[in-house]
Design a protein around this ligand. Sequence first.
Ligand SMILES: [Zn+2]
Ligand SMILES: [Zn+2]
Length: 135
Amino acid sequence: MKKQRNTAQKRIIMDALACADHPTATELYEAVHANNPRISKATVFRVLSQYSENGEIRRLHITGSDDRFDATMAPHAHLRCAYCGRIKDVMFPELEPILSAAEVEGYKVYSAEVDFICCCPSCDQAGADGSEYKN
Ligand SMILES: [Zn+2]
Ligand SMILES: [Zn+2]
């Protein structure tokens, strides 16, 4: 019974991750908890650690911010806002030739870490002009 409940909770957490946009563990917990008050913060953190260690999701290490989690495993790049930390996926087919070339050389590519450091539209509207950009 306990195992079944754990499986159900894991599925809820993974579904929420798939719908969320690169949340931190705390943001994901808040989203999950709103609809499932019985799922604890410890459970969300534990499931995220387990799945990222198993390579089923990606943990994104971000300087000066909490780690974020990504359910998209296909190689892709990120647009990352330097001001609010928002991350948006860019799936780019231009990666394919690079990946195939690597495979020809005998490398097995598991993921790609490509970050474009940006100013997102809402921070741009709020007046960020790049002068306070550091990182
Ligand atoms: Zn922003
Ligand atoms: Zn992503």
